[in-house]
Design a protein around this ligand. Structure first.
Ligand SMILES: Cc1ncc(COP(=O)(O)O)c(C=O)c1O
Length: 398
């Protein structure tokens, strides 16, 4: 029933995505349906976006109401939906992050963070983490680690150094009089759900304070409740100087946010940066509703509980199968590391009605909407159990 949809996309879209053979037509909560009417438990949230579930009624209602009033409103005018969203953001985040720049994606949120760090310190140097992922536009790509993404587009922006994620000594060694900022994810998502060693983020905070260097925390994947707290930095009691958000902020409409304090933001002069679509009223209305849903439905707390249920199930699979090396994560940001490429497992799960992501070559990544229910979590575990069982048996036979 895909009526040429796949063929048309495959033949006319830039071929930069690895396409799964599915036409997704509808979503509700943690379920997606394809064009043949098959239902899937979604453990992708479309790469971490659909945090409140697909088509949450309150988000849909907010979008409908705003789109009947006004679709676009440039940042050079004031707007009610935007000011409401900014107010909610400020309530949600530490008081030191009182000013925001609104854009349309994660990579743009990072671009702005890098520019404001250079502007406010007057220095060019950025220290990023090995394994880090911050986006694919030229500035953000310069902070991203993976050679596969970087090499074809060199030369990238000068002034970036990469140090091992988790190694405070190497961070300190890399700092010099030219260092403006350190940028890190609290948990590395794209490169395999890598948690830092205990004390790393707090140690980074201390070093940055000592050396008068800005700490940019990229919560584009971890933010808005995904790890069981509104922001992952709350688990370790630190506050960033600059915070990047995107993905989940508007439950599916494009929205990037970079937050910082007055002293950092005031370094920017009028015209230093802008975005035609950034902070548009429909995205802002969706973002207000998203924050309301996260709070009113207690999604971070729910994530904590359901994440524990998922992790218990996955740890049993680590015990059961030799091909599974480890299950790790926080809240509903979970990775299952295998001893080989995960492609067969992703496709096997899809065939049985569960959609999962990869992270790196050998990690199955699970980022379900935070409204997933206990039964769906159990179904995900039992499907992975089946798929891994088959895969292990096939590998023994080979
Ligand atoms: C931590 C992190 N930063 C930045 C980005 C880039 O976001 P976008 O794809 O919206 O540009 C991503 C996307 O996966 C991400 O996970």
């Amino acid at each position: 029933m895909s009526d040429g949809i796949m063929e048309r996309e495959a033949s006319s879209m830039a071929s930069v995505y690895w396409k799964r053979p599915l036409v997704i037509t509808r979503g509700s909560g943690a379920s997606l349906w394809d064009s043949d009417g098959n239902e899937y438990v979604d453990c992708t949230s479309n790469y971490g976006v659909a945090i409140t579930g697909h088509c949450h009624p309150r988000v849909v209602e907010a979008i409908k109401a705003q789109s009947e009033r006004l679709l676009s409103c440039h940042g050079t005018f004031y707007n009610e939906a935007r000011s409401e969203f900014l107010e909610r953001l400020t309530e949600l985040t530490p008081s030191g992050l009182g000013r925001s720049f609104l854009s349309n994606s994660g990579t743009e949120a990072v671009e702005f963070a890098l520019k404001v760090a250079r502007r406010s310190t007057g220095k060019p140097g950025i220290i990023a983490m090995m394994g880090g992922f911050h986006g694919k536009t030229m500035g953000a790509l310069s902070a991203t680690w993976n050679k596969k993404y970087r090499a074809p587009f060199e030369p990238l922006v000068p002034g970036f150094k990469h140090v091992p994620f988790g190694n405070l000594e190497r961070v300190e060694e890399a700092m010099d009089g030219d260092t403006a900022a350190v940028i890190t994810e609290p948990i590395q998502g794209e490169s395999g759900i890598n948690l830092p060693p205990e004390g790393f983020l707090a140690g980074l905070r201390d070093i940055c304070d000592d050396k008068d260097v800005l700490l940019i925390v990229d919560e584009i994947q971890t933010g808005l409740g995904r790890t069981g707290k509104m922001f992952a930095f709350e688990h370790v009691g630190i506050e960033p100087d600059v915070l990047c958000l995107a993905k989940a902020v508007a439950s599916g409409l494009p929205m990037g946010v970079t937050m910082a304090g007055e002293s950092v933001m005031s370094s920017l002069k009028m015209g230093d940066h802008s975005s035609t679509f950034g902070g548009g009223p429909v995205a802002c209305a969706a973002a207000c509703a998203t924050i309301d849903v996260i709070r009113d439905e207690g999604l971070p707390e729910r994530t904590h509980e359901l994440g524990a249920r998922l992790m218990d199930g996955l740890r049993a699979l680590v015990e059961r199968y030799r091909i599974v090396r480890e299950a790790r994560g926080m809240g509903l940001m979970v990775g299952v590391e295998l001893r080989f490429d995960v492609l067969n497992v992703i496709m096997g799960a899809l065939d049985r009605g569960v959609l999962v992501l990869d992270a790196g070559r050998n990690v199955v990544r699970l980022l379900p909407p935070l409204v997933i229910d206990g039964e769906q979590v159990d179904r995900v575990v039992s499907v992975l159990d089946e798929v891994l069982g088959e895969e292990e048996a096939a590998r023994v036979r080979r």
